[in-house]
Each structure stands twice: as structure tokens, then as C-alpha cells.
Write a protein that binds this ligand. Structure first.
Ligand code: SAM
Length: 207
């Protein structure tokens, strides 16, 4: 396997880290397609319109945002955000009619225009160093009202180096159970090699 290119930024908390990798097309975390479990979730119509309004959905740390079109086509009011300028440019180039639903924003500062029904997790949580995990969990809980869902693929591993930074199941439970109840936990069938055997499709419901 070819060695990865040399990068100047080593800090995944900086947008520059991700800009560089998108600029150089070094994106080994990318599936290139929507995970099967998310396809099934969308097709199952588990999110209903409330009071005539389509479900409000956020895809944080969206990268190329391949999941966005599927959710918009389902009629959901979906927005994808990323703090990397290069990621946003790439996502917009791929998004066709949904390009204006991609916003350059920092997850920790972004305020959605209306309360969210769903936050989709896709290789964002594992992109951040472990010290940031309590802040992510707190922000998920703030963004979702009671009954709102956090759904996606969670990466479990104990390697110290990342990204991706895997988490232990007990640590994830400890972070999330004060505000969320786990309502689905399934093996992922279509992982790409970097996540293979180590990720699970989970749905957490806001208490
Ligand atoms: C490993 S990539 C995953 C991208 C995409 N979700 C995927 O699965 O292909 C992590 C992404 O999170 C973005 N990111 C990291 N920290 C962020 C933050 N605080 N706010 C918004 N985006 C962030 C990065 O710019 C990067 O695009």
C-alpha cells in the first residue's frame, strides 16, 4: 500500500487538518455510498412529519455528505454541516439540487433554525480526539428534543492513535445514557476496510 502523503496539519480539531486531506484526495474514511443501515432507516419511514412539518435532520461533520441527497429525497428537512471549507466545496459539488443544504459551520457553535428530530452520526464522533467526547455528547443532547433520535455508525476500538478514534462500549454508554436510551444496536454489514468488524449501527433516543 502506498504511504499516505505528508501533511502539515496534525491536529484534527483544526479545519486545516481536514482541508488538507480533502485537497489531496486522501479520504480513507469515505464509504463512497450511503451505509445500508441508513438506507433502511430512511426507507422504513421511522421519522414522520410532525404538525405538517417534515422532520428536521442534521448531518454533522458531513465531509462529502453522500447521505444528504437520500434524506432530502425522502422529504426530510436535512442540513449537512462541516467546518472544513474543502469538505463543503466537495459536498456541494456532489449534492446536485441539494447543494444549498450544505453549510460551513462548526458543530459546537451551529444553531439549527428549528429543533431537530434526528442527528445522523457518520465518522464524525470518531474523527475527534477522545477529550472532546463529553462536549459532543452534550451538544447532541442540546440539539435534540425529547424523543429525538441520534442514529448512525459508531466505531469501537482501543487503539490510542487516530483519527479514527475508537471508543469502548462502556465509555459510550456512560457518555450517552444520562440523556439517551439505546433503542437499536446492530452489526454493520457494509463497512469499508478501515472500520470493518468494529462499527455498529445504533439509534439513541433522547430521554
Ligand atoms: C472522518 S471525516 C467524516 C466525513 C463524513 N461524515 C464521512 O463519513 O465521509 C470527519 C469530518 O468531520 C469534520 N469536522 C471535524 N470537526 C468538526 C467540527 N467541529 N464541526 C464541523 N465539522 C467538523 C471534518 O472537517 C471532516 O470532514
Amino acid at each position: 500500500m502506498a504511504a499516505p502523503p505528508a501533511f502539515s496539519s496534525r491536529d484534527p480539531l483544526s479545519p486545516r487538518f481536514w482541508d488538507e486531506r480533502f485537497e489531496r484526495a486522501f479520504t480513507p474514511w469515505e464509504r463512497g455510498e450511503v451505509p445500508l443501515a441508513l438506507r433502511r432507516f430512511v426507507a422504513a419511514g421511522q421519522l414522520a412529519a410532525v404538525a405538517g412539518q417534515p422532520p428536521a435532520v442534521l448531518l454533522p461533520g458531513c465531509g462529502s455528505a453522500r447521505e444528504l441527497a437520500l434524506m432530502c429525497e425522502a422529504g426530510w428537512d436535512a442540513t449537512a454541516i462541516d467546518f472544513s471549507r474543502e469538505a463543503v466545496a466537495r459536498a456541494r459539488a456532489l449534492a446536485g439540487p441539494w447543494a444549498d443544504r450544505i453549510v460551513q459551520a462548526d458543530f459546537f457553535a451551529y444553531a439549527p433554525p428549528r429543533p431537530l428530530d434526528l442527528v445522523v452520526e457518520q465518522a464524525f464522533f470518531c474523527a475527534l480526539p477522545p477529550a472532546r467526547r463529553p462536549d459532543v455528547a452534550r451538544r447532541w443532547a442540546e440539539l435534540l428534543g425529547q424523543g429525538g433520535l441520534l442514529a448512525g455508525c459508531f466505531y469501537f476500538d482501543d487503539a490510542a492513535k487516530g483519527p479514527p478514534f475508537g471508543i469502548a462500549r462502556a465509555e459510550l454508554d456512560a457518555l450517552l445514557t444520562p440523556a439517551f436510551e439505546c433503542v437499536a444496536d446492530e452489526a454493520v454489514e457494509d463497512s469499508i476496510p478501515v472500520f470493518a468488524g468494529k462499527e455498529r449501527w445504533m439509534i439513541w433516543r433522547r430521554r
